[in-house]
Design a protein around this ligand. Structure first.
Ligand code: PHE
Length: 345
């Protein structure tokens, strides 16, 4: 060992530059590690002549100390260097924003309808989408050869059976299940998905959603039905809304009616949404046919009731004037994003 070795290492240390933490660590190992050059000099120190030990010892210790200081300084420098954080994990960086989802327009309208009827004291009932013929047709007074049972309208899951399984064509089947299982009086609404074998177009789809309602008690009359529908229409479309009822036919209600609301776009003057009539059709309804009550074991002499049913997409179309049904099923994010700020109900 000689003093030049020490001077050489000092000069190298002074000139040392590091850009990354890895380089600093490599330098530390090279100079101060177990097999490092400065460590090696300390090993050699044992062989130094006794009269030189004092001077060598002091210089060596100074070298080691300044090496440690230099390594610490380099470590701090690379940690503070601009761009150093980008290569590693910087927990102070703001996160990548995730786009917020929004509720589907059908869900928004369903919840709005459900919340209105909940305020009127209706419970919500659900039932299977794959139903049997009995609950969709038979118990609802559909004659055996009624065209609605036809292959044209109904998707059959198992045909050729006396009580075939099928995809429900309306949620009236849930009302039958409610009549079979719930105690009287009954006040339920049945929201859900229904299926009909229709060619898909702007005005028809093979899947859509309904909310149907049923109220059965002693002494329920047609005027109760009219009042319930009027209150619903005013909650849904605004306090000035008028309704009108047109006679209609459903196998499970007698008398039956179709209900129109006054057009909330032109306020009765006539526009292209209401096709110049000033009225928009929103639902079908009627007094539950006594045959339907009896089929579910309800005494039709003592009890009476009303039922109604509406299509959720139809109400959504009126609410937002989106007049192509297919939009509701294609899940195009450009369409769904239009409802991002629809208010919570
Ligand atoms: N179930 C009928 C339909 O799907 C709607 C309706 C329900 C009509 C209740 C009258 C009473 O078209």
């Amino acid at each position: 060992m000689n003093i030049q070795d020490i001077e050489r290492l000092r000069a190298e240390l002074d000139a040392l530059k590091c850009k990354t933490e890895k380089e600093v660590e490599e330098a530390r190992v090279r100079f101060l590690g177990k097999k490092g050059e400065i460590t090696a000099l300390f090993d050699e120190f044992r062989t130094v002549a006794p009269e030189l030990k004092r001077e060598f010892g002091r210089t060596l210790n100074e070298l080691k100390q300044s090496a440690q200081e230099k390594i610490t300084a380099l470590k701090d420098a690379v940690a503070d260097a601009p761009g150093a954080k980008a290569s590693g994990l910087d927990l102070s960086m703001p996160g990548d924003p995730l786009p917020m989802g929004s509720r589907h327009p059908v869900s928004i309208v369903r919840e709005e309808i459900v919340s209105i009827f909940r305020k009127f004291g209706y419970d919500v009932a659900e039932g299977p989408e794959v139903e049997d013929d009995y609950h969709v047709f038979e118990a609802l007074n559909f004659p055996p050869n009624h065209p609605a049972r036809d292959m044209q309208d109904t998707f059959f899951v198992s045909a050729g059976h006396p009580n075939p399984l099928l995809l429900r064509t309306h949620t009236s089947s849930v009302q039958v299940r409610a009549m079979e299982t719930m105690n009287l009086p009954i006040r339920v609404i049945c929201p859900g998905r229904v299926f009909r074998n229709e060619a898909i177009s702007a005005r028809a789809h093979c899947i859509f959603h309904q909310v149907e309602g049923l109220y059965i008690d002693e002494g329920v009359t047609f005027s109760d039905l009219k009042q319930a529908i009027l209150l619903f229409a005013r909650e849904m479309f605004g306090p000035d809304t008028q309704i009108r009822m047109r006679p209609s036919y459903f196998p499970f209600t007698e008398p039956s009616a179709e209900v129109d609301v006054s057009c909330n776009i032109c306020h009765g003057k006539g526009c292209n949404i209401c096709k110049g009539t000033g009225w928009l059709e929103i639902l079908g309804c009627g007094m539950v046919d006594p045959n339907v009550l009896e089929a579910s074991g309800i005494d039709s002499k003592k009890y009476s009731g009303f039922a109604f049913g509406m299509g959720i997409e139809r109400i959504a179309m009126l609410k937002w004037q989106v007049n192509d049904l297919r939009h509701y099923f294609e899940n195009d994010l450009r369409f769904l994003g239009e409802f991002a700020s629809a208010p919570e109900v």
